[in-house]
Write a protein that binds this ligand. Structure first.
Ligand code: FAD
Length: 292
């Protein structure tokens, strides 16, 4: 089923993101994660796609496994920068053959180990071109990425919203937001989208804190701020108490999600980092409060 149909039927959705593991051990570990999170009945599960097509085979294998072994709809991501249009068509056809009807069309970051001579001449430069290609050639529901705090390369938040609007104008059916730790950034983003005439559902990205190293690395990469409240909570956790940190991460995310749901968010897309504990804890917490 297309996500647009699910979004039409449901007040809000919840979903999990997975990435293709790089090792045999990672594959076995991920199978257990998928099995335990599947019991929560997510509305959909998603599979990332490496920049420049670096995880093409792994993404396909994971999408196939999710399609065969879970009851959830599968959302396959596709990055376009560094891929020829023929390669893009090949990936889309292979997903279509699996029965996948949902694609998140993204540009992808420019891979550090790729020099310009390796970029095919007809590579797209922006995600809107990929949205356009999919909408003109495939019967698929297409989502795009949005950035509550602005994309790191965007000249301004205003310009970033203009470009997001352009992606939606090419036919994007919904937006999935980058994660954020201050809900006000998301509410402000929703308001700016609304003013710009972006009327498709906007799903919130939720990233529980998994470890300090990961938190600092990921927030630096995507430019997400770490608000004072989060810093203070983290400073009160004894050093090396990883269990307490994960527990705190679940509580912080649950508090964020509770407010988002109360304010009518259309969906919570949980970045699992291929781990089950935080996603399970978060969904159970929200269900315990009757919110999901
Ligand atoms: P675009 O929408 O193309 O925007 C890229 C930049 O160009 C922005 O700064 C934008 O403001 C600007 N821009 C857009 N259009 C124009 C235009 N017409 N003229 C001038 N400037 C323009 N990366 C991966 O590699 N794999 C993944 O699986 C992946 N999944 C993601 C999932 C989500 C939900 C999100 C939010 C991000 C994900 N990313 C992933 C990261 C993403 O690839 C990067 O953030 C990338 O740098 C931008 O991708 P985009 O699709 O937003 O690009």
């Amino acid at each position: 089923m297309k996500l647009s149909e699910i979004l039409e039927k449901k007040k809000h959705t919840f979903s999990f993101e997975y990435f293709p593991p790089k090792t045999e051990k990672g594959i076995v570990k991920q199978e257990k994660v998928i099995e335990s999170l599947d019991e929560l009945n997510p509305d959909f599960v998603s599979v990332t796609f490496g920049a420049g097509g670096s995880s093409k085979e792994g993404s396909y294998e994971l999408a196939k496994k999710l399609q065969e072994k879970t009851d959830s709809e599968v959302l396959a991501y596709l990055t376009c920068y560094g891929l020829s249009q023929k390669e893009i068509h090949n990936v889309l056809s292979s997903y279509q053959d699996l029965g996948i009807e949902n694609i998140l069309a993204i540009r992808g970051d420019i891979p550090e180990d790729m020099d310009s001579s390796q970029i095919p001449g007809d590579s797209f430069s922006y995600a809107y071109e990929l949205v356009n290609l999919i909408k003109n050639n495939y019967d698929m529901c297409v989502g795009v990425a949005g950035y509550p705090e602005g994309h790191v390369e965007a000249p301004s938040k205003e310009k970033d919203i203009e470009y997001l609007k352009y992606k939606v104008d090419q036919g994007a059916d919904y937006v999935i937001a980058q994660f954020f730790y201050d809900n006000d950034d998301f509410f402000d983003f929703l308001e700016r989208c609304h003013k710009a005439g972006i009327n498709v559902p906007i799903l919130a990205g939720v990233m529980p804190v998994y470890s300090l190293r990961m938190l600092y690395m990921l927030t630096e990469d995507c430019g997400a701020a770490i608000p004072e409240k989060l810093k203070k909570g983290l400073s009160e956790i004894p050093e090396d108490d990883t269990e307490a940190l994960v527990e705190f991460g679940i509580e912080y995310a649950a508090e964020q999600c509770e407010e988002l749901l109360q304010e009518g968010v259309r969906g919570l897309h949980i970045y699992t980092m291929n781990k089950s504990e935080s996603a399970l804890g978060l969904v159970r917490n929200l269900r315990g409060k009757g919110l999901l």
